[in-house]
Design a binder for this molecule. Structure first.
Ligand code: HEM
Ligand code: HEM
Length: 194
């Protein structure tokens, strides 16, 4: 009974690890594309867009699931500041899991290239551009593109240099220094937390 209540549900774990893997892959794709010649970079960025839109769709599903299903309560032993930090990081992630792909979608929509290279979803269908951005006059489109590009880069930095290190170091500190089996909340084959 206590084991079940201290872990996230299977659905929450699948959402967590699928989205985490896609986000990490997407950062790796963007960074690798930066170092590549144009022709190779375009192929990598096509996957970046596809995976990013997949994260957007999955994150709406995950958020809906999270609002309906209560997560397991945080351990009683956590200090007040640790509880606050955990909540800020978790909700910050939800904002960025939706905000990052939305701003990516906006920046590619505000470009004439979207008409030539639409966002392909696994060869099944093309994800549409955001109409009002795709139909702007050229000068306004360029300004909008630059604005959304700046916001996309900024949000990526907050995620990569802020939330991910705080989250991962926090989880590892609990697991290996405090030895409270925190990872067992999200990894099914590990021992459940106390
Ligand atoms: C980009 C990558 C990641 C994202 C976006 C992410 C996001 C999240 C979010 C939003 C939650 C809270 C879930 C909820 O209450 O709905 C969570 C919990 C958790 N995550 Fe991650 N995570 C990532 C990577 C990782 C990694 C690499 C680890 C392992 C080192 C990890 C370990 C955990 C654990 C143990 C919990 C449950 C802990 C708790 O409730 O305080 N996560 N994660
Ligand atoms: C999981 C969601 C996403 C993550 C984590 C992510 C992350 C990143 C990162 C780290 C960069 C490089 C930023 C830099 O060079 O400083 C980048 C660039 C870019 N992203 Fe995303 N992104 C996501 C979703 C999307 C989506 C959905 C699209 C479009 C549909 C998109 C389009 C782009 C484009 C075109 C660039 C290159 C922009 C430029 O540097 O000129 N991204 N993204």
């Amino acid at each position: 009974m206590s084991t079940r209540r201290s872990r996230y549900s299977a659905v929450a774990m699948i959402f967590h690890w699928l989205i985490a893997a896609l986000i990490i892959t997407n950062v790796a794709l963007a960074w690798t594309a930066d170092e590549m010649p144009r022709s190779t970079a375009a192929g990598l960025m096509a996957w970046h867009k596809t995976f990013g839109i997949t994260v957007l769709v999955l994150s709406f599903g995950r958020l809906a699931w999270r609002l309906i299903h209560r997560p397991p309560p945080l351990g009683q032993h956590l200090k007040t500041w640790e509880r606050w930090l955990a909540h800020i990081v978790h909700w910050g992630f939800y904002v960025l899991m939706i905000g990052l792909p939305l701003t990516g979608w906006a920046l590619v929509s505000a470009s004439p290239l979207i008409k030539v290279y639409p966002i392909e979803m696994y060869g099944l269908f093309d994800w549409p551009a955001i109409g009002p951005l795709a139909n702007l006059p050229p000068a306004e489109m360029k300004a909008a593109h630059e604005t959304w590009e700046g916001v996309h880069h900024l949000l990526a930095k907050v995620m990569i240099y802020g939330l991910i290190p705080l989250h991962v170091l926090g989880a590892l500190k609990h697991q290996f220094l405090d030895r409270d089996n925190e990872l067992g909340r999200m990894i099914p084959f590990l021992k459940a937390p106390r």
